[in-house]
Design a protein around this ligand. Sequence first.
Ligand code: URA
Length: 252
Amino acid sequence: MSELINKIYANLNYQKQFGNLLYVDKDVKVKDLKNEFINEEVVIKKEVKSNNISKNSVDKNWDKSESLDILRSNIHNCMECELGATRKSFVFGSGDPKSKILIIGEAPGADEDEQGVPFIGRAGKLLTKILEAINFSRDEVYIANIIKCRPPENRRPTKDEVDQCEPYLKKQIELLNPEFILALGLTAVNTLLKGDYKMKDVRGKVLEYEGRKLLITYHPAALLRNPTWKRQAWEDVKQLRAMYDEYMGKNS
Ligand code: URA
């Protein structure tokens, strides 16, 4: 057991020196602990939360970041919630920072965690196809999530995780300054609107989020489970394309 603890502390030191990007071992070893070591696991997790990594994980002036790159570098070592200890990658967002369209999903899954890019797994491939169907490539829009680290087992993010991470997204939105936001699924919608909406109440409508037009459709993972919803999603993204074209026509 002490060998295991030594390894875990060695990993934490490694993380302290090199940051999360190079810190890939994380608490995989912790997960391997047998039941008799559960108490030690709790102690180790507390240690992860209370040591200096947590305090120094984010630049204290991150909210003054003047560009997306600076924001990313100021927050990418975040350890402010427990997901910091289990993630492989901090999935900041990807696409064209000048795009007028921001697409917001829920949280990175396993593939995204592996590669550090949002929406590249099965749901992501469907999102790419949906975008292509309205003549956008992924690189013409910007894609991000409500939270930046993968929840274990792809569970829904907890309220605490969302509360901790949402300010980063808000800052990102301020810097991106999109005209249109497409929220994918109810986690995105209800986080942005601070409500408890059902999809039938919100999709197909043009709502507003902090002075930007907010459109809503099904999360691609939901479309994979319920392909009959694809027709409605198609109507939603066509509406986005039409509004975008109209906006660009007036503003070019
Ligand atoms: N689901 C999401 O909400 N976001 C991703 O990045 C991938 C899957």
